[in-house]
Design a binder for this molecule. Structure first.
Ligand code: NAD
Ligand code: UGA
Length: 292
């Protein structure tokens, strides 16, 4: 059994990861600036040294997520995605760490050809994607100069119970349950490689404990569908008629995300496999329970 520090532990992916690690018998300290973690504080100011004593694995999920807001709130993305990462890496110097795992994103790919490969181009089309790509480069820098063993997991649009309220499926389930129209950016032909949260968590645990180090790894590949196809499934699951309100395409949104998962399979021995319909049912039941 190992000792983990999980940042962003009160967040969507973080809360699932902490539960799964504890269920597997690991010793976990969760940190977040929001209530719901063992240690509540801001990574930009917290005294990190006492938190890192005896820690073997750091999973750095804390950050500023969301693609579309990153144009107008760039300082928050710099602080959340770059400064927190730099501060953690600097505090990890000369410690006997087994691995630092960075939460990266499919958004680093931008205009790269799909299915996206980790050894292919990364051409972000949003400031969000750019700050995460820079955070990956920081890991590489500290890996080469300070010997810190790292891996960056490029998660592809994660969904499931407790999904962030700003993300598409949360907004659409809530709109359907409230009888409001669903808003789509553009014509809904954009494609996403939606990844169920339990699959993202399994990949994260295994990437920590397997020997792989010093590379980014795609975590996606479960269900690549268009926004319109996903909305059809949501209509069938909720059993409600859905009205669609089309908005202009959102600046920074990728046309398509599709993960090449060869590296994930080879290095981590796992591939996301939860069918979209099954994962959407789980998320729908969670929204219903929230309203009960
Ligand atoms: P989330 O917002 O639910 O969780 C992130 C958590 O980090 C929040 O609870 C927030 O309070 C915390 N946090 C942010 N800045 C902090 C700071 N300075 N100090 C302490 N805590 C801080 O987001 P999520 O969807 O769970 O995403 C987790 C990570 O994975 C993020 O880094 C995100 O960019 C990345 N990611 C998410 C997805 C996705 O589809 N959800 C996809 C790719 C990458
Ligand atoms: C998501 C997360 O928000 C990012 O934090 C993460 O890094 C990113 O995945 C990633 O994989 O890199 P996004 O794909 O935009 O970003 O996720 P959603 O908010 O679930 O949007 C999915 C699709 O639905 C996008 O094409 C978006 O344009 C569309 N959408 C979203 C709408 O049409 N309407 C909405 O109300 C919301």
């Amino acid at each position: 059994m190992a000792r983990f520090l999980v940042t962003g532990a009160a967040g969507f992916i973080g809360s699932h990861l902490v539960e799964a690690l504890r269920a597997a018998g690991h010793d976990v300290i969760g940190v977040d600036r929001r209530p719901g973690a063992d240690v509540v504080g801001d990574l930009l100011t917290l005294d990190l040294a006492p938190l890192l004593d005896g820690v073997e694995y750091v999973v750095h999920l804390a950050g500023q997520p969301g693609v579309r807001e990153s144009w107008s709130q760039f300082p928050a993305y710099l602080a959340g995605n770059l400064q927190t990462t730099q501060r953690l890496l600097e505090s990890l110097r000369d410690r006997p760490l087994k691995k630092f795992i960075l939460a990266s994103t499919s958004s680093v790919y931008g205009e790269a050809p799909m299915p996206a490969r980790e050894d292919g181009p990364a051409m972000p089309v949003s400031p969000y994607g750019l700050t995460k790509l820079a955070a990956e480069k920081l890991c590489d820098l500290y890996g080469r100069t300070a010997g810190i063993p790292w891996v960056a997991l490029r998660y592809f649009t994660v969904y499931g119970p407790r999904q962030r309220p700003d993300m598409a499926f949360s907004r659409w389930f809530n709109a359907a349950l409230d009888g409001e129209p669903i808003q789509i950016y553009g014509d809904g032909s954009q494609l996403r490689d939606f990844t169920y949260v339990a699959d993202a968590v399994t990949a994260t645990q295994r990437a920590a404990l397997n020997p792989v180090v010093g590379v980014p790894i795609n975590v996606g590949g479960g269900s690549a569908v268009t926004v319109r196809e996903a909305i059809r499934l949501i209509a069938a699951i909720t059993g409600r008629p859905i009205r669609i309100r089309q908005l202009p395409p959102a600046p920074g949104d990728m046309r398509e995300t599709r993960a090449d998962t060869e590296r994930l399979w080879r290095e981590v021995g796992f591939r996301p496999s939860t069918p979209l319909e099954e994962g959407l049912w789980q998320q729908y039941r969670w929204h219903l329970a929230q309203r009960a």
